[in-house]
Structures are given as C-alpha cells and as structure tokens.
Write a protein that binds this ligand. Structure first.
Ligand SMILES: NC(=O)c1ccc[n+]([C@@H]2O[C@H](COP(=O)([O-])OP(=O)(O)OC[C@H]3O[C@@H](n4cnc5c(N)ncnc54)[C@H](O)[C@@H]3O)[C@@H](O)[C@H]2O)c1
Length: 364
C-alpha cells in the first residue's frame, strides 16, 4: 500500500517532542515535507527526521501532490489561515490546540473541512492518557453513579521566564486558558457533556517576562454548571512555585458521583484512585490493559517514558482515520466547542458575572 504523505507546518517544540516520534511509529505514513517560517528551526527538524523537502512558505508546500495530510503546529494566530489553506488544497488536517483564536474562526474551520470532505482533528492530547481513558469509561458507564462534581487542576511553575508568543495576546488569543485549560475543557465535555453556564476569572501577575511585555493571564479559574446538573471547578496556573513544569507537575482530575469518586493525576504509573461509598480512603486501581493504548495503535505501552509516549497515539488516530475513512477523535467540532467555552470564560471575566454558554448550531 502506498504510504500516506504527511507535511508538518511549524517545526518547534511540540513537533520535535510529539509529532515526529508519533508519526515514526505509524507504518502507514511517511513525513514528506516540513515547513517553518524560521530557517534555523526548519533545519533542526530536518536533521532530526531526515526529511529534506523544506519550505518557509506553507503555500508552496501545499502544492506538492505527495502531501495527503498536514499537521499544523504553529502559534495559535495562524492555525485558522493555514488550516483553511490545507483544506482548500484538499488535504486532511490535524491542528494543534487551541484550535483557533475564537469560536467564529474554529467553526469556520470545521465547516470548511466538512464541506471539503477531508479528515479533521484537534490535538487534545490528554484524551489519549490511559488513566484518563479509563476514568472516562468508569464515569460514562455509570460506575460512580450520578456525577455531582468535576474538579480539575493544572499547576505548573514557569516562574517569570519568557513564554515567547504564548505571552502575546495577538499571537496566542489567550494565556493559561488556551494553553493548558483548553485540554481540560475538552475532557470536561467528554466526562460531563455540555456546560450550561459558567463564571471565570483570569489574572496576570507578570506584565514583563525577561524584559518582554506580557498581556495575557498566568492564572485562570472557572466555576461551571453542566446541563446534567453537575458542577465543575477548574484552576490552571503557571505560577505554582515549586511544583515544576511539563508532565511532571500537578495535573489532576476528580469526579465525585453518587456511588463513588474517581481520581486521576498524571503519573508514570498507569493507575486511578477510587473512593467507594462508606469508605474514607481512596484505593489505587491499575488501568486495565485495554486502556493502555489507543485501539489498534502499534505502540508498545511498556516502551518509553509513560508520561510522554501516550501522546504518540494521537498521531496514530489521525493516520488511522485517514486510512479507514472515518471521522477523527477529537474533531474540529470538539475544538470549536472548547473555543465556545473559552470565549464565554473571557467574556465572563471581563463582565465579572455568570454567563450562559450558547453553543452555535455547527452548520449555520
Ligand atoms: N497538544 C499539546 O499537548 C501541545 C503541547 C505544546 C504545544 N501545543 C500547541 O502547539 C502549537 C505550537 O506550540 P510549540 O510549543 O511547538 O511552539 P513553538 O514556538 O516551539 O513552535 C512553533 C513554530 O511555528 C513556527 N511558525 C510560526 N509561524 C509560522 C508560519 N506562518 N508558518 C510556518 N511556521 C510558523 C515558528 O517559527 C516555530 O518554530 C501551539 O498551538 C501550542 O498551543 C500543543
């Protein structure tokens, strides 16, 4: 079978850490071209993966007939224009999160991809965490009864260091909200369904990071009510001093239901913590084998650093959906739904009040 030719647009941190090693595990694909507006970054990626077809302009790359699909891993501000160009060229698209700068752009991307009949996927990587998948299975199968509360924490210590484009509103759209909380808003939809209303606060502690102005929040909190009547409490910060960063810092999710509690926190050990009615301590439960990797993924879950290797299943899902001509999980619509929550959260913080969430009709 001819291999699916993949192009990568944006060859910085997440491409080197996640997309290139993830694609290397997919026997059905070949990375055929790379694009980055920065020549030095492009060269570094080319050396890492051995791909020599390199472009600084994605429009040139999209003219290649051997490119069947593209992965967009650029700063958020250019996700929408690049995705629309990829779709116009008739190619499948996996785009990093947050999908766009706002829900209007994100819905336009979803509608364009559907109209063109291409596969579309948002890189909500935490859907692929084995312990999260098991937690979602338990919540959705009713194992903890009626869900009452969802509690989410993402605490990192990035101190006052320069965050590059991530600290600039016109390039990122939002700060901690889109950077870290967007993943958790996506999995809140998976666990609890749609949000009825929310109140949010955003706060910036550092206006300057290593000499560069920052105009985005370092901290965000949201309190929500879901349409299933459950409550949600979310907090995410880059200023949890002493907690470290990346996958080794606090990443916590707890669901309390009428029959039990289930807790996941990111850890090298694939396990959940269960609380049963009448008990006062949580017991550790290993994640069953069938949840350790995405269905049909060629990845060996016993290999590599478990804090990172699950992320490779995201690339497999994209490729597998193309091969089997089925929708990707999570899709651009999932990305747009999160963007609607983010828009509402920003509005709520600005107006300092609760707001109802109005999800748009996806086809209008
Ligand atoms: N899914 C996840 O877990 C996860 C983790 C990290 C980052 N991300 C997302 O991935 C995206 C990239 O983040 P990153 O950390 O890799 O950033 P980065 O700054 O390391 O890399 C972005 C790259 O895009 C390039 N670029 C900018 N404009 C471009 C254009 N018009 N055409 C081609 N290349 C262009 C930059 O030169 C840079 O090399 C962001 O949307 C971010 O939110 C997702």
């Amino acid at each position: 079978m001819e291999k699916i030719g993949i192009a990568i647009i944006g060859c910085g941190g997440i491409t080197l850490q996640n997309h290139l090693p993830g694609l290397a595990l997919c026997p059905q694909t070949r990375v055929v071209a790379l694009c980055d507006s920065d020549p030095a970054t492009l060269q570094r990626a080319s050396q890492q993966c051995g791909v020599t077809a390199c472009y600084t302009d994605y429009n040139e790359l999209l003219k290649r007939s051997d490119v069947t699909a593209a992965i967009i891993a650029t700063p958020n501000v250019v996700h929408a224009p690049i995705a629309l160009a990829v779709i116009k060229a008739g190619k499948h698209v996996l785009c990093e999160k947050p999908l766009a700068m706002n829900s209007k752009e994100a819905l336009e991307m979803f509608r364009a991809a559907e109209a063109a009949g291409v596969r579309h996927m948002t890189a909500f990587t935490y859907r692929f965490v084995p312990a999260f998948r098991y937690l979602a299975h338990l919540v959705k199968s009713g194992a903890i009864g009626q869900p009452y509360h969802l509690r989410v924490q993402r605490f990192q210590d990035w101190g006052q260091r320069n965050l590059g484009w991530r600290q600039v509103a016109r390039l990122a759209g939002s700060g901690e909200l889109g950077d870290m909380l967007s993943h958790r808003l996506d999995y809140a939809h998976v666990l609890m369904g749609q949000v009825k209303s929310l109140v949010a606060d955003l706060h910036r502690f550092h206006d300057v990071r290593e000499g560069q102005a920052s105009d985005l929040e370092d901290w965000v909190a949201i309190v929500s009510r879901f349409t299933n009547n459950a409550t949600g409490v979310f907090e995410s910060t880059k200023l949890a001093t002493g907690r470290g960063e990346s996958a080794r810092s606090q990443d916590y999710c707890e669901v309390n239901g009428s029959e039990g509690t289930v807790v996941y926190f990111m850890s090298a050990k694939p396990e959940l913590h269960l609380g049963r009615r009448g008990s006062s301590t949580l017991e550790s439960v290993p994640v069953p084998k069938e949840f350790l990797k995405w269905p049909r993924s060629p990845r060996d879950p016993s290999q590599g650093d478990p804090l990172f290797s699950f992320r490779y299943d995201q690339n497999f899902e994209f490729v597998d959906a193309i091969v089997n001509q089925r929708p990707c999980v999570p899709s651009f619509l999932d990305g747009a739904r999160v963007q609607e929550l983010m828009d509402t959260a920003m509005q709520s913080a600005k107006e300092k009040r609760w707001l109802d969430v109005r999800y748009a009709e996806p086809w209008k």
